[in-house]
Unconditional design. Structure first.
Lengths: 338, 286
């Protein structure tokens, strides 16, 4: 195995950042792990060191080169706009943060690879979409939401950086919706509602990425980065109706026009937050991503397919008394003090 | 068989179907990665069978031209104006008449997936959004796919233009067939043009419903949902001999002239078969 060397994880206090740090800690090819975030992680990072810094601040351009990384992994992109973090606020973290980080990477001398944890939301969801998006299909559909435009914009900066620095392997990972025990995101909270409102007359095809695979793929791409975008998605797809049946949730169909407002009201009432526009569109039309590049080039074989992830999710949540999953110590919700 | 034997058998059948329903309610069934649900397709099949044998009295010619296994592309004329029964009847013909029956996928106009209920019904019986990426992936998985290259132009043409095959889009299906080395079976469907004779369009209803057009037929929308009852025309489906494209080799799909040539050739074959079929069928309804 090629020596990975010194890895800097940006956004290490997020769930995915700390999971990555702990996974890489077990990898002998990784000589040193340094985590950067605005606040210290609440979980033990193992062998990793922690540096407090904000990527939105230009000071990052002095801190990052001093750490002399071989690989930079950007886990600081927030993939789900929600009530506490509207898409306007995300613009600052996601676009400006990435831009500052890329500027800082310009100054790192021996950087070998840059890996970004991005989102499959760039593909959008639409009735006429391909059943499985391949990596070259980004921006094929009109970008309809603020968050989608943000993802597209930051990928634009990323592509530009990759073109200017052909000696650096720049890898953009596009993650599908993650599920897993102990995980917290708007989609999981949606599934946890006492009665799940679905859009009447629509039954989206979804891909559920198991948290084990989400971490595994991120670690695999850090050790073996490839150039360009890579979809991080499980095999197959599962319809929302079947997912709800498998997990024994009761659901009620509501007219699509009021689904968004209803979810917002219910979310405010129960403290779960609503569903962003991206989520609403996803829950109408669904989305599938092709994972051949992940399997064949990155060399990561997902352990769970969409159905397997759904079954595992259903089994592990069974018998939980709380409506909501207990947030993982490092989850963004917890660090926001919710 | 004795009377008790019959009763036992009947009780067994009831028990089996109850179990099946309960199992489905628990989510224990299979759907493939496109959302096709074979059990569901089997459950609604009797409806298509009734329409096939009783309602439209479909006659089939050349069903043995359809490959029994491996990738293949069925290219047919399109009509129906309200619901793509032509695709469903082609699939039913293959299920009923072919020595090696199989489920055939269909590429469906994108806006069908924006219609409530229709969207997931179509998906469950094997419909997939019409785009080259889906076609290429399905053929790559050795599936059999129906395409209707006329698209909405053929589907929604007025009754006066029935059986006149419209322009074949951009020929994307030929490109994909060349790339994937799939044989093309041209198909001529006679009868689907008369089930909903489209006399005009309602712009207001189209704007309200978001559909590209809303047809006006003698019964629809005048009679409301009852107007959705298709007329009992007499049908004839002819599967022509498969066209083998494997001789062109890889990269041929990028040759625009070749693609248009093949596409036009297929269009003419379908058109000629339609004229022949119309003569053979005779009266449209009796």
């Amino acid at each position: 195995m090629a020596e990975t060397g010194r890895v800097v994880i940006v956004g290490v206090s997020t769930y995915w950042g700390s999971e990555l740090a702990r996974t890489l800690g077990r990898n002998p090819g990784v000589s040193e792990i340094i985590g950067i975030d605005t606040s210290p992680p609440e979980v033990d990072l193992g062998t990793a060191e922690f540096v407090e810094a904000d990527i939105r601040n230009p000071v990052i351009s002095r801190i990052l080169p001093a750490l002399d990384p071989d690989v930079v992994v950007h886990c600081g992109i927030v993939l789900y706009p929600e009530r506490d973090r509207p898409s306007r606020a995300l613009h600052d973290i996601n676009v400006i943060g990435t831009l500052q980080l890329l500027a800082a990477c310009e100054k790192v001398e021996k950087l070998k690879a840059l890996v970004v944890r991005g989102s499959a939301a760039i593909y959008g969801s639409s009735p006429g979409a391909p059943a499985f998006f391949t990596e070259d299909m980004a921006r094929r559909l009109p970008l309809v939401t603020r968050f989608q435009r943000d993802v597209s914009e930051l990928e634009g900066y990323f592509d530009n950086f990759a073109r200017r620095h052909p000696q650096i392997t720049c890898c953009m990972l596009r993650f599908q919706t993650e599920v897993g025990p102990g995980l917290d995101n708007p989609f999981i909270r949606y599934l946890s509602l006492p009665v799940v409102p679905t859009q009447l007359g629509f039954d989206p095809r979804l891909q559920l990425l198991h948290s084990v695979d989400a971490t595994g793929a991120l670690a695999a791409a850090t050790v073996n980065p490839v150039r360009g975008a890579v979809n991080v998605a499980p095999d197959g797809a599962i319809s929302l109706s079947r997912l709800l049946k498998l997990s024994g949730r009761s659901s009620v169909g509501v007219p699509p026009v009021i689904a968004g407002v209803l979810l917002k009201r219910v979310g405010n009432l129960l403290g779960t937050g609503g569903m962003s526009k991206d989520g609403q569109i996803l829950l109408r039309y669904g989305r599938g991503c092709d994972n051949r590049r992940l399997r064949e080039e990155v060399g990561y074989e997902p352990a769970f397919d969409s159905e397997g992830a759904a079954r595992d999710f259903a089994a592990k949540r069974h018998g939980m008394s709380a409506i909501f999953p207990s947030p993982h110590p490092g989850s963004p919700v917890r660090s926001l003090g919710r | 068989m004795s009377e008790t034997g019959l009763e036992l058998e009947w009780a067994q059948t009831v028990q089996d179907s109850m179990e099946k329903v309960l199992r489905r309610f628990a989510g224990e069934y299979h759907e493939d990665e496109y959302g096709f649900d074979e059990e569901f397709a089997e459950a609604v099949f009797p409806i298509w069978e009734f329409l096939y044998t009783r309602w439209w009295r479909v006659e089939v010619e050349g069903v043995s031209n359809v490959p029994g296994h491996g990738r293949s592309l069925l290219v047919a004329n399109h009509s129906g104006a309200i619901f793509p029964f032509d695709a469903i009847m082609m699939g039913t013909a293959i299920q009923k008449e072919h020595p090696l029956p199989r489920w055939t996928r269909a590429l469906v106009l994108n806006w069908a997936f924006d219609l409530p209920f229709v969207s997931y019904f179509i998906r469950r019986i094997g419909g997939v959004a019409a785009n080259p990426a889906n076609l290429s992936r399905l053929l790559g998985q050795d599936e059999q796919v129906m395409v209707f290259p006329e698209g909405a132009k053929g589907f929604g043409k007025p009754f006066g233009e029935r059986y006149r095959v419209q322009r074949f889009g951009r020929g994307g299906f030929v490109e994909v067939a060349l790339e994937t080395g799939s044989p093309i079976v041209p198909v001529a469907v006679v009868g689907a043009e008369e089930i909903y004779p489209k006399l005009g369009e309602s712009g207001v209803l189209a704007r309200l419903s978001g559909a590209p057009y809303v047809p006006i037929t003698p019964l629809f929308p005048m009679l409301g949902p009852l107007g959705l009852l298709p007329l009992p025309s007499r049908w004839r489906i002819e599967f022509l001999e498969p066209i083998d494209l494997s001789g062109y080799g890889p990269g041929a799909g990028e040759d625009r002239a070749l693609v248009f040539d093949i596409s036009e050739q297929i269009r003419e074959m379908v058109q000629e078969a339609l004229y022949r079929g119309l003569v053979k069928r005779g009266s449209a309804f009796l």
